[in-house]
Design a protein around this ligand. Structure first.
Ligand SMILES: [Zn+2]
Ligand SMILES: [Zn+2]
Length: 194
């Protein structure tokens, strides 16, 4: 395992948890299977993440497929699965976590309380301890124990993400035209249109 890259991933994400371990390990496995160096996979591949939580940070840091460089699509259907598809050939791999990220839902109830601001100080600490412990447990497992790897074929059409700019007649801020609204002949931005 690339220990330096793991440390960098934890620093980037901010904590150890099941999600970041899964995202890191799936990304490292993808690099191994595709025989590519870290952080440059966006040159040839697009990542598709089937969730929008912690593991996505691992995908972005380890493979370099980021939301901003058009190397990452979030197709959030709540699964811990990550794919990388060759932009030219459409050939890819899908790496699915085949065990449950959490063996019990109890820690997730704590998580909800923490997020909603109703957890006590002790409960908050319990949550932090639980996610760190479960993350460390998952880190000990082999790739075979963690993942199913499938070969996939998928055409991802390229599309423009930058558009001509217009200026909102109400707030005066510039924005890209597809988000424009027209009211009484005036161009309005997404925040000002009714
Ligand atoms: Zn996390
Ligand atoms: Zn406006």
């Amino acid at each position: 395992m690339n220990e330096a890259l793991w440390q960098e991933t934890v620093n980037f994400h901010g904590h150890v948890c099941p999600g970041i371990v899964v995202g890191f390990r799936a990304s490292a496995l993808a690099l191994e299977i595709l025989d590519k160096p870290p952080k440059k996979l966006d040159e040839t591949h697009i990542a598709i993440c089937e969730n929008d939580v912690c593991g996505v940070d691992g995908v972005q840091l380890v493979t370099g497929c980021t939301l901003g460089n058009d190397g990452l699509i979030i197709n959030n259907i709540g699964k811990f699965a990550f794919s990388w598809v060759d932009k030219k050939t459409g050939e890819g791999i899908r790496i699915l976590l085949k065990i449950l990220p959490w063996p019990s839902n109890e820690p997730l109830r704590l998580h909800r309380k923490v997020k909603e601001g109703t957890a006590t100080k002790e409960e908050k600490q319990q949550w932090i301890d639980a996610r760190g412990k479960r993350g460390a447990e998952l880190m000990q497992l082999t790739d075979d124990e963690l993942f199913d790897v499938q070969r996939i074929q998928m055409k991802i059409p390229g599309k423009a993400r930058l558009f001509p700019f217009a200026v909102c007649t109400k707030c005066g801020e510039a924005f890209m035209e597809p988000w424009a609204g027209i009211e009484e002949g005036q161009i309005l931005c997404g925040a000002c249109k009714p």
